[in-house]
Design a binder for this molecule. Structure first.
Ligand code: UDX
Length: 437
């Protein structure tokens, strides 16, 4: 099939490449010429494991091309909208400028029978509104909403082998056409028995925000337990292991630490709250405000632990911050707890040396005032406190004896509870975890 993908960020670039990998002929469109130049050269404009290899392997296939010219979507049957829906400045609600812009840009080039497929995370009610707009202008074109559940760091695998496919369609013939086209797009996945749930628009939109709200709640639940553990001397990691053995609860997403960040969970729970309030159902998900508050308190907790470890006097003290990305295997620093901790410590006068295997360029663009060291040994040199805030494998595998030779004072704050506390203590370190004695 001929497909187009509008927006070539973390979501769209991966989707375009993955659809070409499935055998479709894909054109990816983005307004950023630098991004398009890199993608056209077979290179990912951001760090995502496996994406560079996939793009390179598709270079000579003739099935994948990228352009800034939206008119090149003509001839494609399905048009995936994968642009961002960031948080509006100073508000909780989502900013739909890019989604609305993408739809308006598409409209003049749609043909009867084409299907526009929304993948962006949007407030419930958006698809209905956009479907009317498409009907108004592009007679005979259809709309489906097909949320994406990919995780950064696993984006290619999550796109090629999703654990479920969901699409929301209109009632009647329009919905039938959209379902048939998407059935062809995802044919190989459906043949492999990937569960498919076809819904109305509102359900499909809600599935996505509900999934992210649930995940965020699970993380904040365990972080709330960490706060109680801190007041009682209990160990939240053992607590998580113990409750996680109950299959109804499950151990995944029960890692207490500095909390969640990234381009999805934080802004999605805020946008969901804002939308529920608009619908007069604010109280139904008022708990998400608490989820957000617990999450943000964990960042403050890490900062407080560092300040305590420095005897309450952070000014001019050397602090090594290990990690900037919001999670390992990503260079994404959007709403990153790690960056937040580094910035706050610098604001308190500490001499912060921050490092990350991938995210220094993205962090530097947003926060040029921070001091970055690409070499972890240089970041650690002379540190009076080390704080680990992104659990990259290279940090989890640090040798406490060797690191002990580099620092001025052997104090480590493990903001992700990912180190072997006994090993670090045995090497003479003061080890401080999150919600652990
Ligand atoms: C998330 C959803 O998982 C994905 O389905 C959706 O499509 C987009 O949002 P992503 O933002 O890539 O994906 O990251 P995820 O792996 O969910 O992690 C989110 C944050 O939670 C990270 O900052 C991570 O460090 C944190 N986290 C995760 C915890 O603090 N504890 C955990 O136990 C798990």
């Amino acid at each position: 099939m001929k497909l187009s993908v509008i927006g070539c960020g973390y979501l769209g670039a991966v989707h375009a490449a993955s659809m070409a990998q499935l055998g479709h002929e894909v054109v990816g469109v983005d307004t950023d010429p630098d991004k398009i130049a890199l993608l056209s050269a077979g290179r990912a404009p951001f760090f995502e494991p496996g994406l560079d290899d996939l793009l390179a392997s598709l270079q000579d296939s003739g099935r994948l091309r990228f352009t800034t010219d939206i008119s090149e979507i003509v001839g494609a049957t399905a048009h995936f909208v994968a642009v961002g829906t960031p948080q509006r400045r100073g508000e909780n609600a989502a900013d739909l400028t890019y989604v609305d812009g993408a739809i308006e840009a598409l409209l003049p080039y749609l043909s009867p029978g084409d299907v526009v497929v929304g993948k962006s995370t949007v407030p419930v009610g958006t698809a209905e509104r956009l479907a009317h707009r498409i009907q108004e202008v592009a007679l005979g074109a259809h709309l489906a909403w097909n949320p994406e559940f990919l995780r950064e760091g696993f984006a290619v695998a999550d796109t090629l082998t999703p654990d479920r496919i969901v699409y929301g369609v209109a009632a009647g013939e329009s919905g039938e056409r959209a379902t048939a086209v998407l059935g062809e797009v995802y044919e190989s996945m459906l043949a492999a028995n990937t569960p498919l749930i076809v819904t109305d628009y509102a359900t499909a939109e809600l599935v996505k925000v509900a999934a992210n709200a649930f995940l965020a709640t699970k993380i904040s639940f365990i972080n709330a337990m960490a706060e109680i553990a801190e007041a009682t001397g209990a160990d939240v990691t053992q607590l998580a292991d113990a409750i996680g053995h109950d299959a109804r609860i499950g151990r995944r997403f029960l890692n207490a630490g500095v909390g969640f960040g990234g381009g999805c969970l934080p802004k999605d729970i805020r946008a969901f709250t804002a939308r529920a309030e608009e619908l007069g159902r604010g109280e139904s998900i008022a708990f998400l405000k608490e989820v957000d508050a617990i999450n943000l308190r964990r960042r403050q907790r890490v900062v407080d632990l560092v300040v305590d470890a420095l005897g309450g006097e952070p000014n001019d003290k050397r602090v090594a911050v290990l990690g900037l990305a919001f999670k390992p295997d990503s260079d994404d620093v959007r709403d990153s707890p790690a960056v937040d901790v580094a910035i706050q410590l610098r604001g308190l006068g500490a001499k912060v040396s921050a490092t990350d295997p991938q995210a220094i360029p993205t962090a530097r663009r947003l926060h040029p005032q921070l001091k970055y060291k690409s070499d972890v040994s240089e970041a650690l040199a002379g540190a009076e406190v080390v704080v680990l805030v992104t659990e990259w494998r290279e940090y989890r595998e640090l040798d406490p004896v060797a690191v002990g030779e580099l620092v001025a004072s052997k104090v480590i704050i493990d903001g992700r509870n990912c180190l072997d506390a006994a090993a670090w203590r045995a090497a003479g370190w003061t080890y401080i975890g999150m919600g652990r004695p």
